[in-house]
Design a protein around this ligand. Structure first.
Ligand SMILES: Nc1ncnc2c1ncn2[C@@H]1O[C@H](COP(=O)(O)OP(=O)(O)OP(=O)(O)O)[C@@H](O)[C@H]1O
Ligand SMILES: [Mg+2]
Length: 364
């Protein structure tokens, strides 16, 4: 909790209620110095609420918040050493970009030459130097969002909080600014806590992703760990596009997974614990982990079926077939011409699969 051990933000047993409604429940999160944490989850799961608690914009019901080792639980937002960027840019329309950037500093009584220095630096980093004398109405969405980021930058803070800063932008601009935010983080090495419900943003930006649901962090891990070893079925289904395939069935001694006429040997599956569970479960396998044709035949599990639907996606094609009576999708190169009705051999290595308890949804 001190700077010495490298913790930048520490959230301890945080609960937040709006009246009778509990939005966050005894939430704990430690963010390391310079770390880029993404809060990811569906609409209404409490991402903005958590960010607003860190920023001091909401009074928490229980718990404590430390920033750089200092208990800021009851500090004013301006005294917390944070800079926040919101989804809506909220620039002052009557002020130039330069005035928008300097406003907060002037109010705080920062010396004139210091203000000029900080604005010059932020403008250079964000490449908005040519725009400084324009007013927000004369800027594109992406330029406005850069100015909004600049307003946080000039404050020279320890921690940046971003709440869906790119969600108002079109897909192309989003992708561009995503890269810029990543470069910005590499350059500044500040701690960043970034809210999004866009899984691409989460995967590409985060050192660690906190996947949230109903006010509870489900999993906090590196993006690849979350993708490859999701702790439960919710996390498995939330990350990945096209989505993971799920097959309902039973796990039996062997161990083997069984569903209508299909047996998947699980001796290569890496179980979470040491015990070998049996009973109703769900097998998850990502479309890109399914081989087809000759490659499928050499897999520990393989089966034959026929093509149901073909969905060309440009870079590759998603093909649907059935396994044990259930729909299953897999990816093939765009050049492959498969048609509905074509026979197809599919297979996978169970080491790539995820098994979940049918009742709890937890990884087995
Ligand atoms: N001022 C408020 N009073 C009562 N309930 C609120 C208030 N603000 C938010 N909530 C509720 O708290 C829950 C979490 O809201 P929050 O805005 O944190 O979600 P979110 O994860 O940011 O969602 P989104 O992705 O849609 O922005 C929601 O169910 C919301 O309706
Ligand atoms: Mg939100």
């Amino acid at each position: 909790m001190t700077e010495a051990n490298g913790t930048s933000v520490s959230i301890q047993d945080l609960s937040l209620n709006f009246g009778a409604v509990s939005v966050l429940q005894t939430l704990n999160l430690d963010v390391a110095e310079g770390e880029f944490i993404v809060l990811l989850g569906p609409s209404g799961c409490g991402k903005s609420t958590l960010l607003n608690c860190i920023a001091g914009l909401l009074d928490i019901s229980e718990g404590r918040i430390f920033i750089k080792g200092k208990n800021v639980t009851w500090e004013e937002p301006k005294d917390r050493g944070i800079g926040m960027v919101f989804q809506s840019y909220a620039l002052y329309p009557q002020m130039t970009v330069e005035k928008n950037l300097s406003f907060g500093l002037r109010v705080a009584g920062v010396a004139r030459d210091e203000i000029a220095k900080r604005i010059a630096r932020a403008a250079e980093i964000l490449q908005i130097e040519p725009l400084l004398q324009r007013k927000p109405a004369a800027l594109s969405g992406g330029q406005r969002q850069r100015v909004a980021i600049g307003r946080a930058l000039v404050r020279d803070v320890d921690v940046f909080l971003f709440d869906e800063p790119l969600s108002n932008l079109d897909a192309k601009l989003r992708a561009e600014l995503r890269v810029e935010i990543k470069l910005l983080h590499r350059k500044l090495q500040n701690t960043m806590i970034y809210v999004t419900h866009d899984q691409i943003e989460a995967m590409t930006l985060a050192d660690r992703i906190a996947v949230m649901r109903g006010g509870i962090i489900q999993q906090l891990d590196a993006p690849q760990t979350i993708y490859n070893r999701p702790v439960n079925r919710f996390v498995a289904g939330f990350l990945g596009s096209p989505a993971m395939n799920f097959l309902d069935g039973q796990v039996e001694a062997g161990p083997v997974f069984k569903t209508d006429g299909v047996s998947v040997p699980l001796d290569r599956y890496v179980f979470d614990g040491t015990e070998r569970p049996t009973g109703a479960c769900v097998l998850g396998i990502r479309p890109e982990h399914i081989a087809f044709g000759d490659a499928a035949k050499s897999m520990p599990f393989s089966a034959s079926g026929s093509v149901e639907i073909v969905e060309p996606m440009g870079s590759d094609t998603l093909v649907w077939t059935k396994l044990g009576g259930r729909n299953l999708s897999f990816r093939v190169e765009a050049e492959r011409t498969l048609r509905p009705g074509d026979p197809v051999q599919i297979g996978f290595d169970p080491v790539r699969a995820s098994l979940f308890d049918a009742a709890t949804g937890n990884r087995l």
